[in-house]
Design a protein around this ligand. Structure first.
Ligand code: SF4
Length: 213
């Protein structure tokens, strides 16, 4: 099983998610700095990781043109050890201007089923979409998403993850149905356990909830 070092960035955010885990839980991720990358490889190696992902704290691709020095430094470091990279973003058009070819996988976080039509593949990257399951979501929605992804020539992976309420309690909307589909290999179903190590400007955390509250 892959072991991820998950870089939690804070370059700011569009703030448009209807439910924001960061806002609701008072997570205060410090602003991402260039120097914050200095111990990345040391922490990666000492923790026996084999993948690096970027997520937020905010959206890692928020105003990315202003943060290309950070990404150039990251690419230089990860190329040196041939480390595969994964990007988590909700900016569907970023690949038109951002070098997504540096990433093995791009995971698009979608808030609206209709946005599936806007997901693109820009090169050799694996494209995954992830939906946070809400109270309003129905089995029909889940089935529609699954069929869309199955027929798509751009999207090859699908995940559903449960919402986290204030105080980090996991919700269980459509839990049995999602679990069954996961077991049948139709999609990945992620309950909200901490399964990564989190890297924030040189510090490593085992729990997301421990990041600079
Ligand atoms: S991308 Fe993350 S930080 Fe930004 S609004 Fe959505 S949940 Fe909140």
């Amino acid at each position: 099983m892959d072991k991820y070092m998950s870089i939690i960035t804070n370059f700011g955010c569009h703030g448009k998610c209807p439910y924001c885990i960061v806002r609701e839980n008072g997570i205060d991720v410090p602003e991402t700095t260039l120097e914050g990358l200095d111990s990345l490889l040391t922490r990666y190696v000492e923790n026996d990781c084999n993948f690096i992902s970027l997520s937020g704290g905010g959206d890692p691709l928020h105003e990315f043109r202003q943060h290309m020095d950070y990404y150039m430094k990251l690419f230089k470091l990860t190329r040196a050890l041939d480390i595969p990279l994964e990007m988590h973003t909700s900016y569907l058009d970023a690949g038109f201007a951002f070098p997504v070819e540096e990433f093995s996988r791009v995971v698009y976080h979608l808030r609206d089923i209709n946005k599936l039509n806007n997901v693109d593949k820009f090169g050799m990257e694996i494209v995954r979409v992830v939906f946070v399951v809400t109270e309003e979501m129905t089995v029909k929605d889940i089935d529609y998403i699954q069929m869309f992804v199955e027929e798509s020539d751009k999207i090859s992976e699908l995940s559903f993850r449960q919402m986290v309420g204030p105080n980090f309690e996991t919700q269980y909307w459509l839990h049995d149905y999602l679990k069954q589909g996961h077991e049948e290999g139709k999609w990945h179903y992620i309950e909200q356990n901490d399964y990564n190590l989190y890297y924030v400007n040189g510090q490593v955390y085992e729990k997301f909830s421990d990041i600079h509250k």
